[in-house]
Write a protein that binds this ligand. Structure first.
Ligand code: PLP
Length: 421
């Protein structure tokens, strides 16, 4: 079940008076408490670190809150590295897990001392050319291919996914880097997305630990950290259960004791780079019902659209929808709740049983705190929503203003076009 929205009808109405809808709202207290639970579950390891996936919610205020809770960040582009720096993170608190990366981005990461996670063996030479020499620490991304069942519409099956190296390539890669004088090594994989089965993550750890031992035997390289990626799902739909992190941690710990400790590799740092389960349930898109339409179906038109939250349109993803002040009203109407994009997939809810919605009602779209605002776009000239933070003291801070038409036109030459013949 999705998390309860933190504001009453009156509280939300007064926020919406100051900050016109649509907007994203994040709950700082809930994010901090959730992060503490996450860290506590994995505190049974000698060294654990969560690298928050910046792409899930690329706002420096959110990153700073998570940094205060002991997180690093996982980045896939130069702007994400820069946002991490703005939040005060650098060095081994920043993991650069990119693919098809331009040289300048590696140069920036190396200059900041960030951990570079290479997606392919051929990138060793590329990195060496870009930097002049290899960094002291290197990590590689593993793609287990058909060895690992899984994958879905978001990430694809491992053997069809473009990411990472094969097992054979990795053996060669670590041997090469060792010969080149690299001193510290990590191993990374990311094979799932929005997975709710806790055994999936224990199984991934087993595959990674086996590989850690093989690399030790074949290359004489002791891996110092393993990054098990993101992919921990959240219960978007009613009736789904969150992943039991204590169960996952205990399962991985048993493998650690059986495989890692006897090989003399303890302490091996265990890392995750989750985005979705960290902020996903604690962010909401708040929008207003502005139209109703009665044709072959009943439609409610809201002032947000797919350009603000793409997941329902793109993946057919389910997001819980509630109506502010009508949480306990009977769900005796069936609606399609739709946005204004000229695309028929622009529907936040399809044939959903909801209470009667009146024009002016504030409609809350749940579980939008990860891969929400971040995946927004400007198609159809849509201006993306801003972001508000509900502070632990109950105050509201605007942490990103909504876009303006000037923002949208900033890359266009509007005065030049008048003289253009
Ligand atoms: C997207 C991504 C993540 C975060 O995934 P979540 O589902 O948000 O936890 C982590 N690592 C990599 C490499 C990714 O591409």
């Amino acid at each position: 079940m999705s998390t309860n929205f933190p504001l009453s009808k009156d509280e939300l109405a007064s926020v919406a008076e100051k900050f016109p809808t649509p907007f994203y709202l994040y709950d700082e207290k809930a994010i901090r408490e959730n992060m503490r639970y996450f860290k506590k579950a994995f505190s049974i390891f000698p060294a654990f670190r969560e690298y928050y996936a910046v792409k899930a919610c690329p706002n420096p205020y959110i990153l700073k809150i998570l940094a205060e809770e002991g997180c690093g960040t996982d980045c896939s582009s130069l702007p994400e590295l820069m946002l991490s720096k703005a939040a005060g993170l650098k060095g081994d608190f920043v993991m650069f897990t990119s693919n098809e990366t331009p040289a300048e981005e590696y140069q920036y990461a190396a200059q900041e001392g960030d951990i570079i996670n290479l997606d392919d063996v051929t990138h060793i030479d590329y990195l060496k050319k870009a930097l002049g020499s290899l960094p002291e620490t290197i990590c590689f991304r593993y793609n287990p291919g058909p060895l690992k069942e899984g994958g879905n519409a978001i990430i694809g099956k491992p053997e069809e996914a473009k990411y990472g190296c094969t097992r054979e390539q990795l053996i060669e890669a670590y041997a090469t880097c060792k010969a080149e004088g690299v001193k510290h090594f990590g191993l990374h994989t990311m094979v799932a997305s929005n997975e709710l089965n806790p055994d999936f993550f224990v199984d991934t750890a087993r595959i990674i630990f086996e590989l850690v031992l093989e690399i030790q035997t074949k290359c004489g390289v002791n891996i110092e950290f393993v990054d098990l990626g993101g992919g921990i799902g959240i219960p978007y739909k009613p009736g789904q259960k969150p992943v039991d992190l204590d169960y996952v941690a205990r399962g991985i710990r048993a493998l650690y004791d059986k495989m890692i400790v006897p090989a003399g590799l303890d302490p091996l740092r265990i890392c995750f780079e989750c985005g979705r389960p960290i902020t996903g349930p604690y962010g909401w898109l708040v929008t207003k019902a502005i139209h109703e339409k009665h044709i072959y179906r009943e439609y409610i038109g809201v002032d947000a659209c797919m350009a603000d939250l793409m997941r329902p349109g793109m993946y057919g993803a389910y997001h819980e929808v509630t109506v502010s002040g009508k949480e306990n009203a009977p769900a005796d109407h069936v609606y399609d709740v739709v946005g204004s994009l000229c695309e028929n997939c622009d529907k936040f809810a399809v044939q959903r049983s909801l209470p009667k919605i009146d024009i002016g009602d504030l409609v809350i779209i749940h579980d939008a705190g990860a891969h929400g605002r971040a995946m927004g776009f400007n198609y159809n000239g849509k201006l993306r929503a801003g972001e508000l933070l509900l502070r632990t003291d109950g105050s509201i801070k605007e942490i990103r203003r909504r876009e303006t038409i000037d923002d949208l036109f900033a890359t266009l030459d509007m005065s030049g076009v008048a003289a253009f013949k």
